[in-house]
Write a protein that binds this ligand. Structure first.
Ligand SMILES: NC(=O)c1ccc[n+]([C@@H]2O[C@H](COP(=O)([O-])OP(=O)(O)OC[C@H]3O[C@@H](n4cnc5c(N)ncnc54)[C@H](OP(=O)(O)O)[C@@H]3O)[C@@H](O)[C@H]2O)c1
Length: 392
């Protein structure tokens, strides 16, 4: 794979929260990591600054107007090669000079580039959990066919990966993902009806993009992660669990058939799993301080109240249903969260829209990716059609 001694990285979603943390990791390891391509939706000025700082030759922009503005500006280094739209992102994912593609584009836009990267035999470092929820069966098959390495960047899955590595799947009895509990962990059910966008964007432990922060507040994030874990590690739904852990220090626990449990611990910052995924299997000093166990540290675990957080119960149901049910859950959630962030939907309508859409669209066992994408489109249409009834 790598002909140079450095791992050459394509970073899709370079201007976002994961993107920024990835740049911190790359900047800390110039002898090991090299950025060869960056992409975003529309923030071209931010991409230009990254291109100059890291001398990145390839730049992708999803948005046409932003691409035109970027091409006309003199903000990018001379000779920058621009790539536009989804086709441009997909071209970047299979760049011959790249070794690893890190996909951190919010939502499912990164699906085609992820498949392209795996098909081209690149390593895929995957942050966008929605992709495995939508099309896990096909993404995992693409990785297996090419023997490509799929490294989870999501902190909980990266933690499971670290605990499970070197062990047989048959020896794993259960995995437990931890949840901080999001912005409303301690709110009584009655107060949730008054939640505003600003309330939902106040995450207690993590600084992340708006969509995932709202998903953390509804616990849809944990639901998506349970489905993602099932796909990544080839587990049954009854082996995948979640628990509230307010400190966000333990990211996941893996229980083995002999009764032992392994856990992965690190401070709540994405630089840890990102660095693990980019340098794997090597280790190097991290960009932030590790935990200090000589200081007082308490770790609590408590069950999740699925009555207050119905998105978790719905996730469990779609895992048991299988087929395209997780894709419907994800599509309806994306539509509902976007409407909530736009101020067009009350917070408690998010699970209602997801639940209604799951009743409206039947789940099927998909035989092709096209079939999954058609269900995804149907679910989005069915969710959008419900929005006027909830108008705030
Ligand atoms: N943040 C975390 O700590 C965290 C942890 C685990 C997993 N994740 C997952 O990582 C993904 C990214 O999360 P985030 O928090 O970094 O999101 P974010 O801060 O909102 O950033 C999203 C990034 O995606 C880009 N983007 C959005 N739509 C795009 C499109 N159509 N084409 C190309 N680029 C597009 C954005 O570009 P513009 O800036 O130009 O809009 C931005 O670079 C999500 O799937 C999330 O679930 C995040």
């Amino acid at each position: 794979m790598a002909t140079s001694s450095r791992t050459r990285i394509v970073l899709l979603g370079a201007t976002g929260s994961i993107g920024e943390n990835t740049l911190r990791v790359i900047a800390a390891h110039p002898d090991k990591l090299e950025l060869v391509a960056i992409a975003a939706r529309g923030q071209w000025e931010k991409l230009a600054a990254i291109a100059r700082n890291f001398r990145v030759p390839h730049v992708g922009l999803f948005d046409d107007d932003a691409l035109a503005a970027a091409r006309q500006s003199d903000a990018f280094p001379a000779g920058t090669r621009f790539h536009g739209g989804l086709a441009g992102l997909t071209d970047l994912a299979r760049l011959p000079e790249a070794d690893t593609v890190l996909v951190a584009v919010v939502g499912t836009t990164g699906l085609e580039p992820s498949l392209a990267a795996l098909t081209a035999g690149k390593h895929l470092a995957l942050a966008s959990k929605e992709i495995l929820v939508l099309a896990g069966k096909f993404v995992m098959a693409a990785a297996r066919t090419r023997g490509a390495r799929l490294l989870p960047v999501d902190s909980e899955h990266n933690a499971v990966f670290q605990c499970i590595e070197g062990h047989a799947t048959a020896d794993v009895s259960r995995i437990t993902l931890t949840a901080s509990g999001g912005a409303f962990r301690d709110w009584p059910a009655e107060r949730l009806a008054q939640v505003t966008v600003a309330d939902a964007l106040k995450h207690p432990n993590w600084s992340m993009g708006p969509k995932i922060t709202v998903d953390s507040a509804t616990l849809a994030n944990k639901g998506l992660e349970l489905i993602e874990a099932q796909q990544l590690f080839g587990l049954r739904p009854d082996q995948c669990h979640a628990v509230i852990h307010p400190q966000s220090i333990v990211h996941a626990l893996v229980g083995f058939t002999d009764g032992s449990t392994l856990a992965q611990l690190c401070p709540p910052s994405m630089t840890f799993p990102i660095q693990h995924a980019l340098l794997h299997p090597a280790r190097a000093p991290g960009v932030e301080h590790p935990l200090d166990f000589t200081q007082l540290l308490s770790l609590e675990f408590r069950p999740i109240d699925e009555r207050r957080f119905p998105m978790l119960r719905l996730a469990r149901e779609v895992m048991n249903t299988g087929g395209t049910a997780p894709a419907i859950y994800n599509a309806a959630n994306e539509v509902a969260v976007a409407a909530f962030l736009d101020g067009r939907l009350p917070f408690l309508a998010i699970p209602q829209i997801v639940s209604n859409t799951l009743s409206l669209i039947p789940s099927v066992e998909p035989s092709s990716l096209a079939e999954v994408l058609a269900v995804d489109a149907d679910a989005r249409r069915a969710s959008l059609a419900q929005l006027p009834a909830f108008n705030v």
